[in-house]
Design a protein around this ligand. Sequence first.
Ligand code: ADE
Length: 236
Amino acid sequence: MHIDILTLFPEVFPAFLGHSILGIAQEKGLVEFHLWNIRDFTQDKHKKVDDRPFGGGPGMVLRPEPVFRAIEEVEKEVSGTVTVPPRKILLCPQGARFNQSMARELAREPRLMLLCGHYEGFDERIRQGFDFLEVSIGDYVLSGGEVPAMVIIDALVRLIPGALGDEFSTVSESFSEMLGEPPVLLEYPQYTRPREFRGMSVPEVLLSGDHEKIRKWRLEQARLRTRQRRPDLLKE
Ligand code: ADE
């Protein structure tokens, strides 16, 4: 998968993209990230990316010219085996709410472009000029699309086959219900050593070695937890 990230702050991404599952997925060649600074596509002396809104009001609005130029340039770039144009995503609080099923759908795309805004918003002609999927990561306003882009990337890359390693994928087959196939269940309680800690012990069933019994217990616990904490997930 090829992911283009268009942002005014490319420097905030490398540490995040280079570690843990995302770093390993890159090393394995499962995903490549291309960072683009929208400011590089300005043509004026002051490299101005934003301006005051027509009609007045607070804040600044992202100008259309550098964004159009950036997107058109990114679309021209082809890398390695990925020659298709990217599916374009615009991060904003007005978008469709991101969830696991959207993550599954997007994880199948060969190429994605994530457009991160900043300041008060995008000039509306940016929306008119391209066919975007507008995505929000929740009902709150962040100061930019960078953290939402990271959230989406993290959720997607772990769904690319091979990204999580063999150990996890074998387990996931028997628990697809808990790992994102609808209905999505919250995770069951997990324990590691020691068996006893400050008077709290690990449930006997997990020490039994009976894999079928353990599987059933975990599924039961996952359902119980979901019913108690997120009954809305079961309705879906
Ligand atoms: N940009 C600012 N707030 C956002 C949100 N909640 N989701 C996606 N992009 C955003």
